[in-house]
Design a protein around this ligand. Structure first.
Ligand SMILES: C[S@@+](CC[C@H](N)C(=O)[O-])C[C@H]1O[C@@H](n2cnc3c(N)ncnc32)[C@H](O)[C@@H]1O
Length: 301
């Protein structure tokens, strides 16, 4: 089965993620989170082996806070773009969440998660556009998937339309007063992805992906959600990428066995190019908390 999506195609997602779970496991930390960690209070000289998983778990807890999950709540959670299950594993067996559904469009990730058989967790090989749950959720999260929802060829109007359809779907899926969190990379100092770094990432790593701007997210969510929290931290992504680069460098020999010398070099360049993008302020990372509006607002155009 091929997953159909108007955003980054399943084939392009496979080009990136389906390089093999073992390759990513070499340089991600034990949580297998593949998005920026949250480094507040973690000293620069903390040993990498414990610092990265600690920062990743701090990020996962931050998202549970953003959706208002408290001990004993037993929420029903949707993770849109669940990757290898960092949040699903963190939530499984935690009394803040009782059941969790995770969507991915990567077959390798889906098969990995199905084999993991986490209690209370249902992985699905499905795009958000096709998701039609039979019961409402208390909370919806998306970390690192929103970047894939629009594609490079879309006009600003098309992107706004696509993002608005996502927020309308989240509104439909959530119970009244339900909460949502979003973690996404966005253009900041750069108007768009033109230039050498954008070309490299767009052509060689994530074909066709197009990042949002904050103004687009704000306009698209406004009819459906009130924003209750927003932080920006380019530093969090730059430090995460530096940690991944160092881990990949240490695992060079095994990495070359799995993806070949050229695959290894491509990933080292991609991680470094992405780090520079954040250090220069061309892109940033937003973490946003939302509360569902009871009725969508009719805003004038
Ligand atoms: C960068 S990974 C992030 C994974 C995970 N949230 C984490 O923090 O480790 C992006 C994820 O988004 C998923 N994705 C991309 N487009 C999607 C779509 N249209 N519907 C659902 N998931 C999508 C990919 O399959 C992948 O699992």
């Amino acid at each position: 089965m091929t997953v159909t999506t108007a955003g980054t195609t399943a084939a392009d997602i496979e080009f990136h993620y389906d390089l093999g779970n073992d390759f990513y496991a070499l340089w991600l930390d034990e949580t297998l989170a593949y998005t920026a960690a949250k480094w507040d209070g973690i000293p620069r000289d903390a040993p990498d082996a414990t610092a990265l998983p600690r920062a990743q778990r701090a990020k996962l807890d931050h998202h549970l806070d953003l959706v208002g999950a408290r001990p004993g709540d037993g929420l029903r959670l949707l993770d849109v773009g669940c990757g290898w299950g960092a949040m699903l594993a963190h939530a499984s067996g935690d009394d803040r969440v009782r059941e969790a559904v995770g969507l991915t469009v990567s077959r390798a990730q889906y098969e990995f998660l199905a084999a993991r058989a986490l209690p209370g967790v249902e992985p699905r090989l499905e795009s958000w556009e096709a998701h039609d749950p039979d019961r409402p959720y208390d909370a919806v999260m998306a970390m690192g998937s929103f970047e894939h929802f629009a594609t490079a060829g879309m006009s600003r109007a098309d992107r706004l339309d696509c993002y608005a359809r996502y927020f309308a779907a989240c509104h439909r899926w959530l119970r009244p007063s339900g909460r949502m969190s979003l973690q996404t990379i966005a253009y900041d100092g750069a108007a768009d992805g033109s230039g050498p770094i954008g070309d490299f990432v767009g052509n060689d790593v994530f074909p066709t992906a197009r990042l949002p701007r904050l103004s687009e997210i704000a306009a698209a969510c406004d009819p459906y959600f009130s924003v209750v929290a927003l932080t920006a931290s380019a530093e969090d992504y730059a430090r995460t990428l530096a940690s991944w680069s160092a881990r990949l460098l240490r695992a060079r020999e095994q990495a070359e066995q799995l993806v070949g010398p050229e695959g290894y070099r491509r990933y080292r360049r991609y991680l470094r190019a992405s780090e520079v993008t954040f250090l220069r302020g061309a892109a940033t990372l937003y973490r946003i908390g939302f509360r569902r509006r009871d009725e969508p607002l009719r805003l004038s155009a």
